[in-house]
Design a protein around this ligand. Structure first.
Ligand code: COA
Length: 262
């Protein structure tokens, strides 16, 4: 698949790196980027050889500096709602992939950029990464999931402070409040570290990984008893798998497990 705003590289281990490539506009999300991200989610879902996805931004300054403000200036009520629905669907498709999706945040992750990072399963950042939802400064609110995922990640009080003040927060604070999983060292290699995390996950049973991702996604807003019931079903699926037979045998035989595809 050819993308006009994304660079896609897939290594021999099946780790795909997708780079949002509009560095002159700090990788801002215009309609083309959103369409490419939706197509990317589809390609990844349909390609069994892609086993992990890393998202990052081109250039030294930005992961993604937000929705394209030039486009936003022109939308009204109905077209604004449609824009949000389209972007939300693209991000949700990435979030629902059954393989690990990791944001490698290499600079500004503002507005839609913060929202894209939050739709990923894990976030690893450089020390110069900056996060925020500055939409209120433009008389806007987040439209690609910011009001939904930020409170779930960092808690309602912290989320409201970030949403209402529009202030930018640094990588260290983002790590402290749980907005990112990890900040790498100043001399670290972000993509190498994101790939190392992906590689660690790829050594696990792929069905177990997919079941964890699906279960954590589905349970988020269910009452505890319903969420536990779903977990029991997913646990049963895992128990019935050849993957679990290999994992438990390997432990009992004191040898490393070798999972299909790993
Ligand atoms: N939409 C469209 N263009 C954007 C953009 C966005 N969200 N963010 C940056 N750009 C463009 C700038 O207009 C500029 O383009 P130009 O060179 O044609 O003038 C280019 O990217 C570089 O940005 P610039 O502002 O010059 O870089 P900076 O280092 O001085 O500032 C930011 C960086 C991120 C602080 C600043 O670009 C910014 O505040 N961007 C908007 C962030 C935002 O509000 N996002 C949420 C949108 S809902």
């Amino acid at each position: 698949m050819a993308y006009s705003t994304l660079l896609l590289e897939i290594d021999d281990a099946g780790i795909a790196v997708a780079t949002v490539n509009r560095p002159d506009k700090l990788n801002a999300l215009n309609a083309e980027v959103i369409a490419d991200l939706a197509a990317l989610a589809e390609e990844v879902a349909d390609t069994a050889t892609i086993r992990a996805l890393i998202l990052t931004g081109a250039g030294p300054k930005a992961f993604v500096a937000g929705a394209d403000i030039g486009e936003l200036a022109a939308v009204g009520e109905a077209s604004g709602a449609a824009l949000a629905t389209t972007g939300q669907a693209a991000f949700r498709a990435l979030e629902r992939l059954p393989i690990p999706v990791i944001a490698a945040v290499n600079g500004f992750a503002l507005g839609g950029g913060c929202e894209l990072a939050m739709a990923c399963h894990l976030r690893i950042a450089t020390p110069n990464a900056r996060f925020g939802q500055p939409e209120v400064k433009l008389g806007l609110i987040p439209g690609y999931g910011g009001t939904v995922r930020l409170p779930r990640l960092v808690g309602r009080g912290r989320a409201l402070e970030i949403l209402l003040t529009g202030r930018m927060i640094g990588a260290e604070e983002a790590e402290r409040i749980g907005l990112v999983n990890r900040v790498i060292a100043a001399d670290g290699d972000l993509l190498a570290e994101a790939k190392a995390t992906a590689t660690a996950i790829l050594a696990m049973g792929p069905l177990a990984v997919a079941l964890c991702l699906g279960q954590v996604d589905r349970q988020a807003d269910l009452p505890v008893d319903e969420a536990l019931a779903l977990e029991a079903v997913a646990f049963g699926r895992a128990c019935g798998s050849s993957e679990k037979a290999e994992g438990t045998s390997a432990f009992l035989e004191k040898r490393p497990a070798v999972f299909h595809g790993s």
